[in-house]
Design a protein around this ligand. Sequence first.
Ligand code: GLN
Length: 483
Amino acid sequence: MHHMTLAEIARGLADKKFSSEELTQVLLARIAQLDPQLNSFISLTEELALSQAKAADARRANGETGALLGAPIAHKDLFCTQGIRTSCGSKMLDNFKAPYDATVVAKLAAAGTVTLGKTNMDEFAMGSANESSYYGAVKNPWNLEHVPGGSSGGSAAAVAARLLPAATATDTGGSIRQPAAFTNLTGLKPTYGRVSRWGMIAYASSLDQGGPLARTAEDCAILLQGMAGFDPNDSTSIDEPVPDYSASLNGSLQGLRIGVPKEYFSAGLDPRIAELVHNSVKELEKLGAVIKEISLPNMQHAIPAYYVIAPAEASSNLSRFDGVRFGHRCENPENLIDLYKRSRGEGFGAEVQRRIMVGAYALSAGYYDAYYLKAQKIRRLVKNDFMTAFNEVDIILGPTTPNPAWKLGAKNSDPVAEYLEDVYTITANLAGLPGLSMPAGFVDGLPVGVQLLAPYFQEGRLLNVAHQYQLNTDWHTRTPTGF
Ligand code: GLN
């Protein structure tokens, strides 16, 4: 039962082959048995899951239908869940029970999903390896000595290990696409503004975007359908109609113009990944796509710009954790300043503290122009590169990551080495564009992803290309040994 995709589950439930309650019991038992190896969950919500499953079964018995009605999922632990711990992977929020549901959580619950739990993540979504979590590192089911990617490593490891069919995640600089690549999943970062950020604990508000992590493009379409849409509670949410994503999957790729940026194939890219990317290009050519070399000349500046803008926004967003209103509070403070200092010093881990300092520095008088303003100018140039490219091509294709998943601990002493791994994903966040990573082969037994980028609001096009690719390849069906 645990091998089923969301699409297969929807069919099975509709045909009364099993109930949501039965499926939920099977998956909860599987999580109890296997998750100790992976550490992909921070909290399990068995009671909620069983009551939601029963309610979904009752709705189906009353004649209701819907692809998500009775579907088991989990939420990354930065989506607020009413009455349930929402930790953001941090000691700071270890004792925090959200007083309301995030819009994404509420929408998915209304569609009938069953919440199995809250998944592990890098602290405040800062990281690319899921090693900065207060709750410990997550292991990659493809090789337990390797990282699953981050920051949505818990969602990725759980779905890859068949503990559940799909999960929510968020992507500020790659945190949906990179863990998808590292664990052989399909992950979609929507256009900025497509999915409400209300109730998503903010890291860098102008970059953060929620989206689906699943095994197939077909399932990403189903989950995105339940997440997307205008939300008056989020001032950056965009009031655009949500298309039928599942209906977009079957378009022909005949004549589709695919741009491959020459800058992607620099010395930093593992040549074995380059070869798999070329293989995926050939596969899409067979399906009728036309390949064109393009250029994204400002790509080389994206990492430095991102690692100024994201920490700058984080330093502002995280100022609300002051030990006064909610979250961790130190014992016996001597005065207000002592309360602030010790609550934040004890509550935040090393990487979060590093970013708060970098961000506050970049925003300070005297350095604002030299760092923050300059980074914003680069951001515009990166966006302009994409706008120029999309005059000539329909999608852009390349590697999701320069390397496969590294060993646990391998980059702990060198944060910048980890930042550099985000080179292919970060540009989409700076520009606000949608991006998808799909399985495209293996290197040393570890999965490799190919990334597709599209113009604003063309999530359907990304899902279409990935689905057609998945109808003609079987990388996405491979299962890690032992799971
Ligand atoms: N690795 C990037 C960072 O650490 C992206 C994280 C994310 O997308 N949340 O900021």
